[in-house]
Write a protein that binds this ligand. Sequence first.
Ligand SMILES: Cc1cc2nc3c(=O)[nH]c(=O)nc-3n(C[C@H](O)[C@H](O)[C@H](O)COP(=O)(O)OP(=O)(O)OC[C@H]3O[C@@H](n4cnc5c(N)ncnc54)[C@H](O)[C@@H]3O)c2cc1C
Length: 149
Amino acid sequence: MQIRTLSTLECTKLLTANRVGRLACAKEGQPYIVPFYYAHADNHLYAFSLPGKKITWMRANPLVSVQIEGHGDGRGWKSVIVNGRYEELPDRIGHKVQLDHAWSLLSRHNDWWEPGALKPETSSVAEHFPNVFFRIFIAEVSGREALAG
Ligand SMILES: Cc1cc2nc3c(=O)[nH]c(=O)nc-3n(C[C@H](O)[C@H](O)[C@H](O)COP(=O)(O)OP(=O)(O)OC[C@H]3O[C@@H](n4cnc5c(N)ncnc54)[C@H](O)[C@@H]3O)c2cc1C
């Protein structure tokens, strides 16, 4: 097996082709990581959530990492890591264009909202919580590929 570095363009293509990632944030030295759905566009990863631990932590410390991966041939794999900054897209005047943009990107997939709208306490869509749309500004990206054979 050989490992090679992916170019920035290859990383960008993998980010665009995927929609599931792992989002890591940190507060007071403690990391926290969750799987999430995203949509990649204009150097950002757009996403949707209910309020909760990750939103609270990212509001407190907007520096985050995201990891995504893809399968190669055989045992081969590709992996991309983004270092970036959390940016909330509030439902307020001045943010409407970005919010609509996030909505249109994410809603290209059926049931796109469901994982971000469920909490175990209710087991149903939590309508009484305000939705949170956010995006991760991609400050740095790196990628590696393992080639089987
Ligand atoms: C494929 C996939 C896609 C998802 N897409 C989204 C998405 O787009 N948006 C979104 O908001 N959520 C998504 N989720 C759910 C997400 O991973 C979190 O479970 C959820 O967002 C709650 O996170 P929170 O920080 O608000 O947790 P809270 O509800 O605040 O709960 C915090 C506590 O619950 C535990 N906890 C929370 N989530 C998990 C988990 N997944 N596994 C184990 N323990 C957990 C934490 O350790 C923590 O102690 C997705 C999950 C999967 C598997």
